[in-house]
Design a protein around this ligand. Structure first.
Ligand code: SAM
Length: 237
């Protein structure tokens, strides 16, 4: 072809995410699954100019493009989506895998508030991003053009099933002691309901897992009940 392809583009972050998720483990696999999750997108100079977000407050949802900065740069053409149990493979471009060329991510998030008192901070809900994620761009979401409920969605045709979540007496007591205990509880339930365990773990098991949310470590186990597997929060430290 006569098209000349430049071999690289230089992109620089316009801001950095500060979120309820200090670690990758436990983060829901798409945005909106844990609406109680809060994040701030802190714009960095020279993009922290309030003029650059003028009018954005009139939109309820935004697209963020960002870099999966905690993923390796190497990629392979086939990946194993958790949705398929972690064994079956699909093409990387048929997936939302974080192990992809250019490591570009795309998330639809809710815009709660824009704070322009010092620089620019966007308060967001439902983001699926680890704290420290570099954001490359923000675009307002246009539901009339971008919402297609009739679309076919391959191996992920609907939201994944959710597990029941229960709290031990110790965990409930630890929550009760915290000023923001109610919102933390809501976040824990929404995150654990997604079953953050590796895809090949399905049923009950004896091992204890830990997921970090905000400034706490939530320790949980999978238990068998007549109604199926549930996750029990053992402790919050
Ligand atoms: N909605 C985005 C997309 O489709 O491009 C992300 C989907 S990806 C499957 C979601 C997972 O990315 C989360 O569960 C989290 O573990 C991981 N993740 C979030 N931020 C990341 C980062 N900065 N680097 C690497 N992985 C990240």
């Amino acid at each position: 072809s006569e098209h000349l392809l430049p071999d690289a583009f230089t992109l620089s972050p316009i801001g950095i995410i500060e979120s309820d998720y200090p670690d990758k483990f436990g983060i829901p696999r798409q945005p909106g699954l844990a609406p109680a999750a809060r994040a701030r997108l802190v714009l960095t100079p020279p993009y922290d100019d309030p003029l650059a977000v003028r009018g954005l407050e009139a939109f309820s949802h935004l697209w963020l493009t960002f870099v999966f900065h905690q993923s390796p740069e190497r990629w392979t053409p086939l990946v194993r989506p958790p949705r398929l149990g972690g064994n079956a493979r699909v093409g990387v471009f048929a997936s939302r895998s974080t192990h992809r060329p250019n490591r570009l991510g795309l998330s639809l998030v809710e815009l709660i508030e824009i704070d322009t008192r010092r620089g620019v901070r966007l308060v967001l809900a439902g983001a699926d991003l680890v704290s420290g994620t570099p954001v490359l761009d923000i675009k307002p979401y246009l539901p009339w053009a971008e919402s297609r409920p009739e679309a076919r969605a391959g191996f992920a045709p609907e939201a994944p099933p959710q597990l029941a979540v229960v709290f031990s007496d110790e965990a409930a007591a630890a929550l009760a002691k915290r000023p923001e205990g109610a919102s933390l509880r809501e976040l824990i339930v929404q995150v654990l309901a997604q079953d953050p365990r590796p895809a090949y773990r399905k049923g009950a098991e004896s091992r204890t897992y830990g997921v970090r949310l905000r400034d706490v470590d939530v320790r949980f186990r999978a238990e068998a009940t007549e109604a199926g597997t549930r996750l029990a929060v053992v402790d919050i430290v």
